[in-house]
Design a protein around this ligand. Structure first.
Ligand code: NAI
Ligand code: SF4
Length: 432
């Protein structure tokens, strides 16, 4: 097998994005669209599950759970209806990859949904999109209508005997509804709050039926794997984190945007793709995968951004939302803004997160306003300690990441703010 590559390569997931009218069925079909579906429908469903397992595709929503293994949890003989649910509720601060994908290439998601549903014996697929994301919702709905009209959806798809309906559902803009079980509750018309796991969705998901919840980018990768094969997919990225990845780069870089590169690409390489630091002002800190992942600093420029590399360096890959901050930015100020977000988005179900995020925001606001004391730093860490690992879902753990890592790398800055009793400077410019 070819040695896995970590240098930027010809785009895969984004290869159609710049084609004229890339979102239309016509363009999609001109550029190999729905050829993977025709191939997949010739195969046995279990062969497709084995193919995805062999490819090593890992969940692109942030957690990195092996997609083929998750599909394999679905019962083989449907007693109850099976569901595929696509998590398109992209909400992690800094994350902007699924929405551009749905805007530029919605049919790749739809084709992936049909193949995945066929593999998991599901005849119903729901795509749960952030309610605020009006343009992707319209575009996706249009693409679904086109797919029905062309016989890719509905009854007896391409004369295969397989039936599938896709429903595009608009959420109502709660960050917690990106947590898979809260999303399922929301789809059922209930208030979106996380459920206890286990049972995992494959055992009891939507309407207590076997369900797989997958992220947009994960499912959009599937047609490429069906056409290219698992060995081809593994020629990109690293052994344990193979394949291409869409990194969303925002903040103090010359050209913020989405950059596709193999898993394991470093920030140094990504900065080259994004034109370097804005106006040459040096890097101070950055998030590898959204604000729920511990911060990195200029020391981490060469950390391979895959699941293992980010974890070994003390953070997480998360959603590959790379937010870049230059040396003009106050770390306590940025950490306060993220904490206010978590306080606002905490669903209130469990005490550590509901009460803890409130107190974290109070203390940080006081510090940033120049009214903090040295003791406040210990108070912050103590509250974080009482949230981390004690909350009902990952939101609580994520909320403490910017604080604990911010203090770990920039304690002096928090201390100086308290000693001088000065207000922290607000962020100005690109990353605001
Ligand atoms: P998780 O690790 O609990 O689960 C990941 C997936 O694997 C789920 O689908 C889960 O059902 C499945 N799974 C895990 N263990 C299993 C088992 N033993 N049996 C069957 N299935 C199993 O992570 P979670 O809470 O789903 O996601 C956390 C991640 O979400 C964070 O790492 C964060 O980066 C990311 N995130 C992404 C956001 C976005 O906008 N894309 C927003 C917020 C967080
Ligand atoms: Fe809700 Fe926060 Fe508890 Fe998750 S950790 S259940 S978001 S209160």
């Amino acid at each position: 097998m070819t040695e896995p590559s970590t240098s930027p390569v010809t785009p895969v997931l984004t290869k159609r994005w710049l084609s004229p009218n890339s979102w239309t069925l016509h363009t999609y079909e001109q550029l190999e669209g729905y050829t993977a579906l025709r191939k997949a429908l010739q195969a046995h469903p279990d062969q497709l599950i084995e193919l995805v397992k062999a490819s090593g595709l890992r969940g692109r929503g942030g957690a990195g759970f092996p997609a083929g293994v998750k599909w394999g949890f679905m019962p083989k003989d449907p007693v109850k209806p099976h569901y595929l649910v696509i998590n398109a509720d992209e909400g992690e601060p800094g994350t902007c990859k699924d929405i551009p994908l749905m805007m530029a290439d919605p049919h790749s998601l739809i084709e992936g949904c049909i193949i995945a549903s066929y593999a998991m014996r599901a005849n119903h697929c729901m795509i749960y999109v952030r309610g605020e994301a009006l343009h992707p919702l319209r575009r996706l709905n249009h693409a679904v209508r086109e797919a029905y009209a062309a016989g890719y959806l509905g009854k007896n798809i391409l004369d295969s005997g397989f039936d599938l309906d896709i429903v595009v559902h608009a959420g109502a803009g709660a960050y917690i509804c990106g947590e898979e079980t809260a999303l399922l509750d929301s789809l059922e018309g209930k208030r979106g709050q996380p459920r206890l796991k286990p049972p995992f969705p494959a055992a009891a998901g939507l309407y207590a039926c076997p369900t797989t919840v997958n992220n947009v980018e994960t499912i959009a990768s599937v047609p490429f794997i069906v056409n290219g094969g698992s060995d081809w997919f593994r020629t990109m990225g690293s052994e344990k984190s193979p394949g291409p990845k869409i990194y969303s780069i925002s903040g103090h870089v010359e050209n913020p945007g989405q950059y596709e590169a193999p898993m394991g690409t470093t920030l140094r390489q990504l900065l080259e793709l994004a034109g370097g630091m804005k106006d040459g002002v040096p890097l101070k800190f950055w998030t590898p995968g959204g604000s729920s992942t511990p911060l990195f600093t200029a020391e981490h420029l060469d950390v391979p951004l895959d699941f293992e590399g980010a974890a070994e360096a003390g953070s997480m890959l998360g959603t590959t939302a790379v937010q870049v901050f230059n040396e003009t930015v106050s770390v306590p100020w940025a950490v306060m803004k993220w904490t206010q977000f978590y306080e606002h988005e905490s669903c209130g179900k469990c005490t550590p997160c509901r009460e803890g995020t409130y107190w974290l925001a109070q203390v940080l606001e006081r510090m940033v306003d120049g009214r903090g004391s040295e003791e406040d730093i210990d108070t912050l860490l103590d509250v974080c300690d009482n949230i981390f690992g004690r909350s009902f879902c990952a939101l609580g753990d994520g909320a403490v990441s910017p604080i604990t890592s911010g203090i770990k790398y920039f304690r002096e800055e928090f201390l100086a703010l308290c000693e001088k009793n000065e207000k922290a400077p607000e962020l100005v410019g690109a990353a605001r």
